[in-house]
Design a protein around this ligand. Structure first.
Ligand SMILES: Cc1cc2nc3c(=O)[nH]c(=O)nc-3n(C[C@H](O)[C@H](O)[C@H](O)COP(=O)(O)OP(=O)(O)OC[C@H]3O[C@@H](n4cnc5c(N)ncnc54)[C@H](O)[C@@H]3O)c2cc1C
Length: 380
């Protein structure tokens, strides 16, 4: 039975990974949370074929909420190989960093199930069918959020003219806990290890020019596997498609404002704030979109947790502090992923030479490489 609206401190719109994680974080602070999932789809929901590369910070956060999947669904990556189109290569290893893994490749349905279960057992969180009035509304509706515009935030979108095709393949050879990424002329291909340390299947993310998407999606499973085999230079031998294919248009995007005052019926202030893909989108080439979203909700929960006892959760001073902190983190990540995407989108020979020369230089750069590795892992 639904509780009376005024009993909620916070209403979270959107029950994706970011929204559910925030609900659990706030419940831990004894805040009463209403969580609003999307209206049920008309056709049955299709399982997400993706697996996300999550960093140490995300892992620690999800573990603290008892929502980290088991080892088979969160494969530790011990090496990352980034390969250019003219012999350039950068290899990152876990050992020199003194860590067990550079990242974990997490099965999306498994993570969603763990979070849904944790929410079910959290009495401070009520799943409600429609938005309720609360001092603070957090919009976690993803990139196509409709509430964002209702609150007056505009979303500045730069399309990449690329789509990411995601699927999964079984490989002749085991992946050996290596994540591989090829920067190819006109596309970026990633193979992310699945099914634990001994596994021999990988999650595929292939970012291709949009004019090639329809023909690649229309290929038979055998022909698509063959195309992947060729693009990956047979690194894992013969490949067999073992999941559906799904495609996403890619974009760089950011909301101009991440918080503001919402119209209030009575005297009590009401505010709104954005988090996750509703606030920002980056290219998936660096596997950072969800890591950023999880860092958003961790920062938001921390700002609310440490507020003066007399401040409301709707206090705009708090929300602006969150906005400033997270916009700064996004600038660095957005610039890095966008710069790489632009650099590898160029077909001309000088650009090809420059990027491969850059990769070789970076590979030998020692401290710089260590610094970048640790930042990508979510470590300071
Ligand atoms: C191909 C690909 C690969 C990626 N790989 C990685 C990776 O390796 N690592 C990484 O960190 N990130 C990765 N990302 C990015 C990642 O997918 C997103 O950053 C992440 O899903 C954002 O989570 P979210 O909860 O903010 O939004 P979403 O996952 O979009 O969830 C939003 C939720 O809100 C719901 N909703 C929408 N509208 C409403 C409404 N009006 N009312 C209520 N609910 C609503 C939606 O149905 C959905 O359930 C990848 C993205 C792509 C496209």
């Amino acid at each position: 039975m639904a509780l009376m609206a005024q009993t909620f401190d916070i209403c979270i719109r959107g029950a994706g990974i970011v929204g559910r994680t925030l609900a659990l974080l706030l419940a831990r602070e004894r805040l009463k949370v209403a969580l609003v999932p999307a209206p049920a789809p008309v056709s049955p929901a299709v399982a997400d074929v993706r697996a996300y590369a999550l960093n140490t910070a995300s892992r620690q956060l999800l573990e603290s909420l008892r929502s980290w999947p088991d080892a088979e669904h969160a494969t530790a990556v011990r090496q990352m190989q980034v390969l250019g189109d003219q012999g350039g290569a950068v290899v990152f290893d876990a050992d020199p960093q003194g860590v067990d893994a550079l990242a974990w490749i997490v099965d999306v349905p498994a993570l969603e199930a763990r979070l849904a279960e944790a929410v079910r057992f959290q009495p401070q969180v009520e799943v409600v069918e429609a938005p309720v009035a609360a001092p603070l509304t957090v919009v976690c509706e993803g990139r196509a959020s409709s509430t964002r515009a209702e609150f007056g935030a505009s979303f500045q979108v730069t399309p990449y003219a690329q789509h990411a095709i995601a699927t999964r393949v079984r490989c002749e050879h085991p992946h050996g806990q290596v994540a591989r990424q090829w920067f190819l002329p006109g596309g970026i291909l990633a193979f992310l290890p699945l099914d634990g340390a001994e596994g021999n299947s990988v999650a595929v993310v292939w970012s291709v020019p949009q004019e090639q998407v329809a023909s690649l999606m229309a290929l038979t499973p055998e022909d698509f596997s063959q195309a992947l085999q060729t693009a990956s230079q047979q690194a894992l031998g013969t490949l067999t498609l073992c999941a559906d294919r799904a495609a996403w248009p890619l974009q760089l995007a950011k909301a101009d404002r991440w918080c503001g005052s919402a119209p209030a019926a009575g005297a009590a202030p009401r505010s709104w704030v954005l988090a996750g893909d509703a606030a920002h989108n980056v290219h998936p080439l660096a596997g950072q979109g969800l890591n950023l979203g999880l860092a958003d909700v961790q920062a938001l929960a921390e700002v609310l947790r440490t507020r003066d006892y007399w401040r409301s959760v709707a206090d705009l001073r708090l929300l602006r502090r969150y906005e400033r902190e997270r916009k700064a983190a996004l600038v660095a990540m957005g610039l890095a992923t966008d710069g790489l995407q632009q650099l590898f989108a160029r077909q001309e020979a000088p650009w090809q030479a420059l990027r491969n020369w850059g990769m070789k230089g970076f590979e030998r750069s020692g401290p710089l490489k260590d610094f970048v590795t640790r930042r990508a892992m979510g470590m300071r």
